[in-house]
Design a protein around this ligand. Structure first.
Ligand SMILES: Nc1ncnc2c1ncn2[C@@H]1O[C@H](COP(=O)(O)OP(=O)(O)OP(=O)(O)O)[C@@H](O)[C@H]1O
Ligand SMILES: [Mg+2]
Length: 122
């Protein structure tokens, strides 16, 4: 939800917002923003926009709690830091690709679990 709202906010007048899901195989360890994932099979969900793109100085701080470039009352700056926490707690990662003036694609990567969940009964 936060990624989609961020994408919408990055588009000034008119543009496109896309949400795509695909599976992804990592042959070796791969480092994303703050996280290195081991080789394996993953599900990637990419949220892309044709908006403003992200300036390098914003890129450096965008995952910091309370960092926002939005006007007072329009953003708390907690969206991405909370997203990163949730994603990491599921063994996943987040990747940022952005071209200033062209747009941004933020990809969330989760490990695919094939074993069924084992529950223990008393
Ligand atoms: N798709 C995007 N395009 C351009 N800038 C982005 C994009 N996504 C995030 N940002 C930048 O990262 C900053 C932090 O994003 P984050 O979601 O953490 O907070 P926010 O959107 O400002 O506030 P909140 O999520 O609390 O409403 C944004 O203020 C914006 O500057
Ligand atoms: Mg946000």
């Amino acid at each position: 939800m936060n990624l989609a709202i961020n994408a919408r906010d990055a588009i000034a007048d008119e543009g496109s917002l896309g949400i795509h899901a695909h599976t992804m195989n990592l042959d070796s360890d791969q480092t994303f923003s703050y996280v290195t994932l081991p080789a394996g099979r993953y599900l990637a969900i990419a949220v892309s926009d044709t908006g403003s793109g992200i300036a390098p100085e914003v890129r450096e701080r965008m995952f910091d709690p309370f960092f926002t470039t939005k006007p007072r009352g329009q953003g708390t700056g907690l969206g991405l830091s909370t997203s990163l926490g949730i994603i990491r707690s599921h063994g996943g990662a987040i990747d940022v690709q952005s071209e200033l003036g062209q747009g941004t694609t933020i990809t969330v990567v989760f490990p695919i679990v094939t074993d069924s969940l084992q529950t223990t009964h008393a």
